[in-house]
Write a protein that binds this ligand. Structure first.
Ligand code: GLC
Length: 428
């Protein structure tokens, strides 16, 4: 495509956007709730960081942190030759792990695009892969019935205007046209897309990125989509990173399985399946989502350790998923060996340090009607007085791995009051 054609394409895109720029604003809260419904129910998604950095194997920030010159880094684009349809294995693993959606880096900070872009040659179709990796990913996710998310980095270490746009208005206009144009391509060429996950807005602010216009275009192209908060606007959900932090509004905690997003050959700091399950429970307890990352190797294969961890998590989710999906705000929180989630009048007590034959829930004020081990459906005996519920006759060893869940059906919404215990518990 010539430069003139490119400019024409961008002008057409801008005109179309302006015409529909009220679409998002007009939707309001009711519209947002409808768009977000599936996502709130889903709770668990897969993040995929994959790029030229996967060839190097020293983290996705290697280009910047090792100050690799652009011309040198570009060479990797020719050497990048992943196996066909690697994304099918990611999608199968996500499904097996109980994840309901995927978010793949379509372009990370390095600037290399996994999709077919008319706006650059630095993309999968015109470099080593010789094919559209985003298309493969989208098809793979859909084949497993998973929702499709696109991660897209606004910051770009490769584009000539990627830094100077901060101080040079002509450069800013060119760069913003490029970024908006690519987002348009992504949301035009792959059918229905469920999530747009912006990242790193350096070096511009929302005004500089023309983020209002950006989001208006996004909602015009994909009315059902949800967007995150990383283009300088609040978006539909917050994105706490490497930590679990409930906030007002919707939130999704994104986290690595070891310490790197992109493939890092020697990073062996893996989370245990127990930690992953605990984190997932914590997110679900506070009605947030958990976006857990894999960093495939350059050929697209998933590091063995990630497969092991996810498979274990999946086995747990198969039997305990009911206590994670579509949960509601949960008041009981206090225990030394358990955490809680809630759906309606059912409280799920997730025990990660098994106490033996008796498990106790202190300060529990709601009348318990029945209790069962969620994984096996076996009934659990219990005794309740004003101050506590004692679940008795449990096996000596934890029946489920890595966390055992007791489903506790209550007469009303489960409530715990530890103040009551402190003040009123008989003192001899
Ligand atoms: C950070 C990092 C980036 C990663 C992202 C995921 O912004 O720059 O490498 O993609 O977090 O949330």
């Amino acid at each position: 495509m010539t430069r003139r054609e490119t400019l024409q394409l961008l002008a057409a895109a801008t005109a179309a956007t302006t015409a529909n720029s009220t679409a998002y604003a007009a939707g309001g809260e009711a519209d947002r709730e409808a768009r977000m419904k599936w996502w709130h129910e889903a709770r668990f998604g897969m993040f995929i960081h994959w790029g030229l950095y996967s060839l190097i194997g020293r983290h996705e920030w290697v280009m910047e942190n090792e100050a690799i010159p652009v011309a040198e880094y570009e060479q990797y684009a020719k050497r990048f030759k992943p196996k066909p349809n690697a994304a099918r294995d990611w999608a199968k693993l996500a499904k097996a792990a109980g994840q309901k959606y995927m978010v793949m880096t379509t372009k990370h900070h390095e600037g290399f695009c996994h999709f077919d872009s008319k706006l650059t040659d630095y993309c999968a179709t015109k470099q080593g892969p010789g094919r559209d990796l985003v298309k493969e990913y989208v098809e793979a996710a859909r084949a497993e019935g998973l929702r499709v998310g696109f991660y897209y980095s606004l910051m770009d270490w490769h584009h000539p205007d990627g830094a100077r746009c901060a101080t040079d208005e002509a450069a800013r206009q060119r760069f913003v046209a490029y970024i908006h144009g690519q987002i348009r391509e992504l949301l035009t060429n792959y059918g229905k897309i469920d999530i747009l996950w912006y990242d790193v807005s350096w070096p511009l602010n929302a005004k500089g990125w023309e983020s209002e216009k950006m989001n208006a275009m996004v909602f015009d192209l994909q009315p059902g989509i949800i967007v995150n908060n990383r283009n300088g606007l609040p978006g539909d959900f917050n994105t706490p990173e490497q930590k679990i932090e409930a906030s007002k509004g919707a939130w999704e905690s994104c986290m690595t399985m070891n310490d790197s997003w992109g493939y890092q050959k020697t990073d062996d700091d893996w989370k245990t399946p127990k930690t992953v399950v605990k984190n997932l429970i914590t997110c679900s307890r506070d009605t947030g989502n958990y976006l857990l990352n894999i960093g495939p190797k350059a050929d697209g294969s998933i590091p063995e350790e990630s497969v092991k961890i996810m498979t274990q998590v999946g086995k747990w989710m198969e039997k305990n998923g009911k206590s994670i999906y579509d949960t509601e705000v949960c008041q009981p929180r206090r225990s030394n060996y358990a955490s809680f989630t809630r759906k309606g009048n059912t409280l799920y007590m997730h025990i990660w340090f098994w106490p033996g034959e008796t498990a106790i829930l202190g300060g529990f004020l709601t009348k318990v009607q029945s209790a069962t081990l969620l994984a096996s459906g076996k009934p659990v005996k219990f005794e309740q007085d004003r101050f506590r519920v004692r679940f008795t006759g449990l096996p000596e060893r934890a029946p489920d791995d890595p966390v055992t869940t007791i489903a506790i059906v209550c007469e009303g919404e489960p409530k715990q009051d530890m103040d009551f215990v402190r003040k009123e518990r008989p003192r001899g």
